[in-house]
Write a protein that binds this ligand. Structure first.
Ligand SMILES: [Zn+2]
Length: 853
């Protein structure tokens, strides 16, 4: 008996323990407020990312419905996390559900019955990303509350949803920025600066543009998430929660506004609108007013988080809630409410805005409540339409495969490219995107089939854009693009690629690859010197690496020969050349036409009205190993700049920002704390002029050329497109006779000019502002050169995107330089290093930095 009883006890122990332990890991699951020790969502209270991450880990330890996946490190070294939330059983079987999602995303070889069976067995994978823009902070707080709710609910309906759906919840896509914003906010609490803007970018490199990076994948945070989405989890739906301005609607939900991208499968928008309709319903039902759709955010541009996925058969939705002053409430008078954007010109009741918000108090808590409702509604719809949505993904993938000609491929040859490394990088980028890429049997070219699940994405990225001219009413103007209008990667990267048809034999010989093989670098022959043509971006990385290692570098430009960079033999040369995939040839050095390249000390001006272009420029220069330091107002004003720097770069920002420290637009401008107010002032302008006169090189990017073309420098150059530029110029582009919102335009180069050495005579230049130069002959002490110019027939100007008023660019200069004694000014009107995407024109900037007399 005794023995039997104990055996029974053991039996019960064994069978019950795993069950009870699994159902309840801890005794008590703390709410976010309990765990953090303050009321989350209360006025003037914010959890920073480290607290949020700790809370999520606490939640995962206490609940069997929550697991934490580390996505990687951020730019500044924070651990970036994603919570995986679902029923306990789904989490136990997550590899099975990932596999089903992967098969539905690429259903090649599956029968209709197999697809249906997978859609029936599979779980909907729902990716919710928060807080990509660090000041749009409510969603990072909301994420904790929503996760707590999902982890602890006993509501049968909620449990059913969690059985149907696996939620991937990223509490912040920008942890570094979230921490910067919370620290800045806490520092100024209770002062007159409370809730005010930060005087620096809220991402180490790219600030707000972290949501412009999703086709180029340059930033580590983008890459971390891209990996999870297109190589591991294959979510069918991506919801990205943002905030917008404070004086319009309370929240934007889908449908998007016009125009719509041609190549996106319409089922994407049908899925998005289904989810959007349920968001609108649940918000209204809960008494939330001010909900709008068909507003501002178009369905054309692929640069943001979830949009890129549209071309990969993924549903993706953006929401934008009205902002408070970070966590400080706002009082908004009804008289202050305004429309003014596409879809809501006047702030009044419309069918897409049936219940306008009347004004009043708006606080962090309100934003979080709206966001909790849209998150719930998305989960509800994913659960309700799980099988339809899953089948839809497979059917879109199938259509992408079958609507394309199987003989049709994008061909990227490696040999014969101006920059074979960049050409290879384009193929590598496509692989990162989850695209099928093949290598030809001789390994000399990459071949990308258009007939594949992500074939529409391939065509969008490799082809040229023509912006759809949609008019909202007869005789009205067209709808303006939301962001840029061109993203043709081969053109931006300066890579030759073409859509070709290849034989069945070649198709079979071309094998899908997992990784690219980079061009083999190293040294050919034996000599005291090694040379390479001056026409690859990585040549500058090698120059910088060898200068750092104490090596000698020269530039040679003998008449009739292509400019070359020459490296003196050095123990580290071969290894560096291999690492950078550059092949150098043993060379004799002709004394004539050969000049030493000295290490260059670069200052990059950093204004307090943070310039995203400053961040991108810093990123690009650091990637290539340039010795770059930021320089701020105080240091510029102090003068004597030649002692510390050889080159000063002014990023794309207006003259008013540089000189006065405020935007040029009239109206209210909220002061920064005194240590961040003002610009370089008159002393700073004098110091920059002095820097040039004493032999420095001043490089201006886009709008910062206003400093040169105005009275400050008194050089014979002006902006042919209307003078002021800056914010006024930008406004003129919206109302006036010229609009190039970010397009690729044809520009010719004088390749005998040192800034254009090694470049082709014709390029696709990225243009996003009304800037073109009109020069005239200066006095005898100064020389001016036109480095780049537009064609003399407007019809030849647009290459990809949208351009209105190109007649005004005919025969105008696109980049110019002035030399004065030993000093120089180089002015780029177009965007040589735009968002680290225009690799085809980086060299113009690199050459300008290394310009020797
Ligand atoms: Zn945003």
């Amino acid at each position: 008996m005794h023995k039997f009883r104990s055996l029974a006890a053991v039996f019960i122990f064994i069978s019950v323990l795993p069950f009870t332990a699994a159902a309840k890991k801890g005794d008590h699951v703390p709410t976010p407020s309990e765990a953090l020790g303050f009321e989350v969502g209360a006025d003037r209270k914010l959890a920073d990312y480290r607290q949020i991450r700790t809370y999520f880990k606490t939640l995962a330890a206490a609940s069997d419905r929550v697991e934490i996946q580390t996505l990687g490190k951020t730019t500044l070294g924070e651990e970036m996390i994603m919570a995986v939330i679902s029923s306990e059983e789904n989490l136990r079987n997550k590899s099975k559900y990932k596999e089903i999602a992967r098969k539905l995303a690429d259903p090649r070889g599956l029968s209709k019955e197999q697809v249906n069976a997978l859609a029936s067995d599979g779980k909907a994978i729902f990716l919710l990303t928060c807080n990509i823009h660090a000041t749009e902070i409510a969603s990072s707080q909301m994420a904790m509350e929503w996760a707590y709710k999902l982890a602890t609910t006993q509501d049968p309906e909620m449990l059913r949803r969690l059985n149907d759906v696996i939620v991937l919840l990223v509490p912040s896509l920008n942890p570094d920025g979230q921490i910067m914003v919370t620290e800045w906010y806490r520092k100024d609490l209770g002062t007159k600066y409370e809730g005010g803007a930060m005087p620096y970018l809220y991402h180490h490199y790219v600030g707000h543009d972290n949501n412009r990076d999703w086709y180029m994948l340059t930033q580590i945070e983008t890459r971390n998430v891209n990996q999870v989405v297109y190589h591991e989890w294959f979510p069918q739906f991506w919801l990205d929660e943002h905030q917008m301005g404070s004086y319009g609607p309370r929240i934007y939900i889908p449908p998007n506004a016009d125009p719509v991208a041609k190549l996106v499968n319409p089922l994407v928008h049908r899925g998005n609108n289904l989810i959007g309709a349920s968001m609108g319903w649940r918000l209204e039902e809960a008494g939330k007013s001010g909900v709008i759709y068909g507003y501002s955010y178009d369905a054309y541009w692929p640069g943001g988080t979830r949009n890129t996925g549209w071309w990969k058969n993924m549903y993706g939705v953006l929401t934008e809630a009205a902002s408070a002053r970070i966590a400080t409430p706002m009082q908004i008078s009804p008289t202050e409410l305004q429309g003014g954007a596409k879809g809501l010109i006047q702030y009044e009741q419309q069918i897409n805005f049936p219940n306008p918000w009347p004004g009043g108090t708006w606080r962090l808590r309100d934003i979080m409540d709206y966001e909790l409702l849209v998150s719930d509604a998305a989960l509800e719809t994913m659960s309700k339409y799980r099988q339809e949505l899953l089948r839809g993904v497979a059917s879109m993938a199938d259509q992408a495969v079958h609507s394309a000609d199987p003989a049709e491929f994008w061909r990227i040859p490696v040999e014969g490219q101006r920059d074979p490394v960049v050409a290879t990088r384009l193929a590598a980028l496509m692989l990162d995107h989850g695209v099928e890429v093949r290598a030809s049997s001789d390994k000399k070219e990459f071949l990308i089939p258009t007939s594949q699940p992500y074939g529409r994405f391939v065509d969008e990225m490799m082809g040229v854009q023509r912006y759809p001219e949609v008019r909202p009413a007869p005789n009205s103007g067209i709808l303006e693009p939301y962001d840029v209008a061109a993203w043709s990667l081969p053109l931006m990267m300066g890579v030759q690629a073409a859509k070709v048809k290849i034989s069945a034999e070649q198709q079979h010989a071309a094998t899908p690859i997992k990784n690219v093989s980079w061009p083999t670098g190293g040294l050919n022959g034996q000599s005291s010197y090694y040379a390479i043509a001056d026409r690859q971006n990585n040549v500058f990385a090698l120059v910088n690496a060898m200068q750092k290692a104490g090596g000698s570098v020269f530039i040679s430009n003998t008449a009739g020969q292509e400019p070359a960079i020459i490296f003196a033999a050095h123990p580290q040369l071969a290894a560096n050349a291999e690492k950078l995939h550059l092949r150098l040839q043993a060379a004799a050095v002709a004394a004539q036409g050969t000049k030493p390249l000295k290490p260059v000390r670069i200052a990059l001006y950093k204004p307090y009205i943070a310039s995203i272009d400053e961040g991108w420029t810093r990123f690009v220069l650091e990637q290539y190993g340039f010795n770059v330091k930021n320089i701020e107002n105080k240091e510029v004003k102090a003068g004597n700049l030649n002692a510390a720097y050889d080159v000063i770069i002014l990023p794309d920002t207006s003259r008013e920002v540089i000189v006065e420290g405020r935007p040029s637009r009239e109206g209210y401008f909220e002061d920064f704390p005194p240590e961040y107010s003002g610009g370089i002032g008159k002393e700073g302008v004098r110091a920059l002029r002095d820097f040039v006169e004493k032999g420095g090189t001043l490089i201006t990017l886009a709008h910062s050329s206003e400093l040169i073309s105005g009275e400050d420098f008194n050089l014979p150059v002006r902006n042919a497109l209307g003078g002021t530029g800056g914010d006024e110029g930008r406004r003129a582009t919206l109302t006036g006779d010229f609009n190039v919102p970010g397009s690729l335009l044809r520009v010719y180069l004088d390749t005998n000019h040192p800034v254009a050495y090694g470049m082709p005579q014709e390029i696709a230049a990225f243009v996003d502002a009304p800037i073109a130069f009109q020069t005239s002959e200066p006095g005898p002490e100064t020389q001016r050169s036109v480095i780049a110019w537009y064609p003399d027939d407007a019809r030849d100007i647009l290459v990809s995107g949208y351009a209105h008023g190109t007649e005004r660019l005919e025969r105008k200069a696109a980049a110019v330089s002035f030399t004065k004694g030993k000093g120089r000014v180089v002015m780029f009107g177009f965007r040589v290093q735009h968002r680290a995407q225009t690799e085809g024109t980086f060299q113009l900037l690199f050459n300008a930095i290394n310009w020797t007399e």
